[in-house]
Write a protein that binds this ligand. Sequence first.
Ligand SMILES: [Zn+2]
Length: 327
Amino acid sequence: MRLSEIAANAEVKYEIAEAMRRRSLPHAILIEGEKGCGKHTLADILAEYAVCRAEGERPCGVCPDCVKAQKGIHPDIVTVDGSQSGALNIEAIRNIRSGAYIKPNEAENKVYLLLQCEKMLPPAQNAFLKVLEEPPAHVLFVLTAVSATTLLQTIRSRVRTFSMYPPSPAEAAEVLEKMFPDKPQEILIQAAQDSSGNIGAAIECLNSGGEEEKKAAEAIFRAIPLAAEYPLLLQTNSIIQNRAFALGVLERLCELASDCVKASCGVKRVSPVAAELAGGIPLKRLITIQRNIQQAREVLNYNVNLNFYGTWLCAALRRNENGGNYG
Ligand SMILES: [Zn+2]
């Protein structure tokens, strides 16, 4: 069941699962909760349920309707994002209203996902009320908002409200592990903690992190062999904005160092960047750099103060094979 993609919120998930099982979902649903707590994911699951035509459990996840819903291309699922200018103004609501009475194209039902309804002003809400009073039988309205109180009482009395809460960091990490099976567990736990359990924010951080971390790792590696210490210090101090990022950079650095050693030993299949970086550095020194990086990576497993880590890392990466510093 796709509901397991949502962290925590056991009560909401149970109620929704029961309603789906009995095929008795209300025609108008409001999901309230702060950004990143899973409102959009739940809304997508409800939409998939409404268009799915499987005999057994819905959404089945594999029928043509479910697949189209997952790809965001189902003709009977209309998503309106309130954060876009004018998306939920009175004109837009009137269009939604008249469209709602037209029969679905492919599925048995038609779904309107109205996201960020806190952006819907009272005149538009009043226009929307008309279709909520007598919703066509084939329509499911799913509204999301940071809080139900941003909507008129008349709207609230005609929708079934589900309140969602952000999960604890531990619960968030559990969900992230399923979504990012290749990422080291510490990075996932850290991302969950950095975002206070807010799954949406953690995913954003994990997704956008990859390229940035790679760039930072390369910049650090380039600065290690330089005679002057300052360029390296500048780079190491730029990665301590949060622990997940620092961990990601150190992971990349470990990979890079290992590739550089391989390149220096004549292994052909390493990245061009590693081959370039390894050029000109004696193998013995590369091995020392690799060992220093691995040790610095280990240190991050302990609860070190990040404010000092940047400076410490700079010195640690410049340690030579005899334990002293290059300079
Ligand atoms: Zn299906």
